[in-house]
Ligand binder design. Structure first.
Ligand code: 5AD
Length: 350
């Protein structure tokens, strides 16, 4: 590793901040040695705060119906090959019950932007989950909604909200999304969520089309300034029914490198080792944890719909990423020195 990379890594670990041009340099001049150094520091700081705990979240994919047409996404509106579904209130409760019995204490309701899920309908679901499982955290991942709507859902009991910013570069954002979506609105939503009091998560895909070290540096700067409670990053993986079907997937290597950097920017952030990372590498989940991640989100959706929530090709949904296989996940994590814990796993204040 050259001296400058070494110095930048030291600076990042100490100050939790670099300039845009320094982030670019750190990305463009990376090598195995730099990645090891970053991962070592990231794991150290994470261990100081969370010991060897890995938090689990039960992911319930409540609908793959979406009004948006994001160019990268398999459940985009114009994909006519997508077999659409929507879970009922009862089905969602049944998933949560199964998850609760398996030890999950956070439920993530994720779905496309499906107009069926009005505030009233979602509030009812949140309230019944909260009344059955008062000690559990509820995370929503339901896309862009109005400030009023976010507030209603929060007042109904939702604790956390995941809304990936997708890219912090407006130009890049416009290459990934159709003209009826706006970068400014995405950012407004994130700011609103935080203001209301949600534990808020942002994030982006690694290796998305048109991404450069400049746009990645902007993502890192955004994370540094926004200070999210959670941050979801995973490799872009092409989906055959999207305009980006011929694009290359992101790499495990760059995803892990960025996970380590994000851990050093925000030491106490809740950082998932994502399903996408597990999809492109048989030990992707483990590699993410060893780079500084501390969350995994096994799938609790009914097995009949799992294949249908296909954001990208070959998304894994059985094996250790299925909630039912929690024992196998526990074993895999303990094999690398980590322990799955089953409390709510809130972010620690440091
Ligand atoms: N590859 C990887 N991640 C994707 N997402 C959507 N499509 C893809 C894809 N093709 C991610 C987006 C979205 C999250 C739910 O899934 O970042 O915010």
């Amino acid at each position: 590793m050259n001296d400058k990379v070494y110095i930048l890594i030291q600076k990042l670990a100490k100050a939790h901040s670099l300039s845009l041009s320094e982030y670019i340099y750190l990305i463009e001049n990376r090598n195995e040695e730099a990645a090891k150094r970053l991962a070592g520091l990231a794991v150290d700081v994470r261990k100081k705060i969370y010991k060897n705990a890995v938090f689990i979240r039960g992911l319930i994919e409540i609908s793959n119906i979406c009004k948006n047409d994001c160019l990268y996404c398999g459940i985009r509106r114009s994909n006519k090959n997508c077999d659409r579904y929507r879970l009922t209130h009862e089905e969602i409760l049944a998933c949560a019950e199964e998850g609760y019995l398996l030890g999950f204490r956070t439920f993530v309701l994720q779905g496309g932007e499906d107009g069926y899920f009005t505030d009233d309908i979602l509030c009812k679901i949140i309230k019944s989950l909260k009344s059955h499982y008062p000690k559990c955290a509820i995370t929503l991942s339901m896309g862009e909604r109005s400030a009023k709507s976010y507030k209603k859902l929060y007042d109904a009991g939702a604790d956390r909200y995941l809304l990936r910013h997708e890219t912090a570069d407006k130009n890049h954002y416009e290459k990934l999304h159709p003209p009826d979506m706006s970068f400014e609105h995405r950012m407004e939503c994130l700011n609103e969520l935080k203001k209301i009091g949600y534990q808020t998560g942002c994030g982006f895909m690694v290796g998305s089309p048109y991404q450069t070290s400049q746009t990645l540096a902007e993502d890192l700067k955004f994370i540094e300034v926004f200070q999210p409670d959670m941050c979801g990053i995973g490799p872009f993986i092409p989906h055959k029914d999207t305009p980006f079907k011929e694009n290359k997937a992101g790499t495990v290597e760059l995803t892990c490198y960025l996970l380590s950097i994000i851990r050093l920017i925000c030491p106490s952030v809740l950082l998932p080792s994502t399903t996408a990372l597990g999809t492109i590498h048989p030990f992707g989940r483990e590699l993410g944890i060893q780079a500084g991640a501390n969350v995994v989100m096994p799938n609790l959706s009914p097995s009949s719909v799992r294949k249908k929530y296909e954001l990208y090709n070959d998304k894994i949904c059985t094996g250790a990423e299925s909630a039912q296989a929690i024992d196998s996940l526990k074993q895999r994590m303990s094999a690398i020195g980590y322990e799955i814990v089953t409390d709510r796993g809130d972010r620690k204040n440091i």
